[in-house]
Design a binder for this molecule. Sequence first.
Ligand code: AMP
Ligand code: MG
Length: 427
Amino acid sequence: MTSILQNLSCADNYDPNSLHVERARELIIDLLSPVVGHERVFVRQALDRVLAEDVISPIDVPTHDNSAMDGWAVRFRDLATSGETRLKNIGTAFAGRAFDGRVGAGETVRIMTGAVLPQDVDCVVIQEVARVEGDSVIIPAGQRRDQNTRCAGEDLQAGRPAIAAGKKLRPAEIGIIASLGIGEVSVRRRVRVALFSTGDELCSIGTPLAPGAVYDSNRYTLWGMLTRLGCDVIDMGVVSDDRAALEAAFREAAGCADAIITSGGVSVGEADFIKQLMAQLGEVAFWKIAMKPGRPMAFGRIEPDGADRPGAWLFGLPGNPVAVMVTFYQFVRPAILKLAGVDPVPPFPAFPARCVEAMKKGRGRTEFQRGILFQEDGEWCVRPTGAQGSGVLRSMSEADCFIVLEHERERVGAGDTVNVQLMNGLV
Ligand code: AMP
Ligand code: MG
């Protein structure tokens, strides 16, 4: 493997002491490549999985020219250019039961949505505008050729890709696969992620809280976010701030996972100790990302014990619960999507909104405040959730978006426009 650190230090704008958020994200995405390994699954099991090979359509969809509406099937050339036309009703075409005759001059058949268009028919007149008098049908003026008809192959063509590899399959794609009569597809294997929390103060659920201790919440938020992203999560529990224990945990994780996520132990006071250890076990870049929350973060690779495994990418996230979630959204989520084979990795959806409260902003960094969106007079507005400390996990629970205060931005006045990133549905 080429040296990550070499790659990074050659990159433009690489300042390990103050890396811009966008640059850090780009560097990570560029370094990673999708996991290798496919499996074939039934169509329903493919939901939320990443397609490994193009789905080639074996048929035209629709397979035949058909009606888009309930109405009357007519030959456009039979219609008078002005005024009404009287046609003779000679039968009915149902969906799945075609009219087995020919529509001749001056004739029409009743036709249902989805029914095959009889030969020579090139126009469907909706039933609401036609008038039936005995076995005659009166068609008003103003019809157009091809109206209310659907052509064979207008949706998908036989032999052409219907869905491209790299697509994360949503209900729409599941429906398309079914519409082609395909029962199984090839998807990439799930990304395996090992995670553990570090910190002697951490206490697990079921144990009484000792003085000065906190319950480990990061493993649970991380488990939730990774599960939502479709990863196989290997939860390795809490590892104490002890060199031997941490080394064993890193080695075990690198032997079984594509990525390792840790929380805690990368802040200034602790960094040296873990930094040394990570550097010894692999290649790790320590980043001071110019952001709040989430400034310290480690990114790199941990090599496995034996040479038969490729090792794992490492994301050493900060310990503060909000910083964990913010760095996950900003860096780990796109990284997981890249590893999972999603192509292209989508940008974080963002749009402008009016901020109804003034906010302070530090210089020279990007800030991610937690916000709540609402509508006022048809306009999207946002207000911060209140206390924005990086330990206040409640702010993440109340929020539905990040208010992004960009690197160059100074303070925000009440009523100013800000960019918000929508969290809903992302993890
Ligand atoms: P650290 O980055 O290890 O210095 O931790 C920063 C802060 O986050 C400290 O207040 C820790 O107690 C807290 N913290 C670290 N890990 C966790 C965790 N897994 N769950 C909840 N809080 C944590
Ligand atoms: Mg710690």
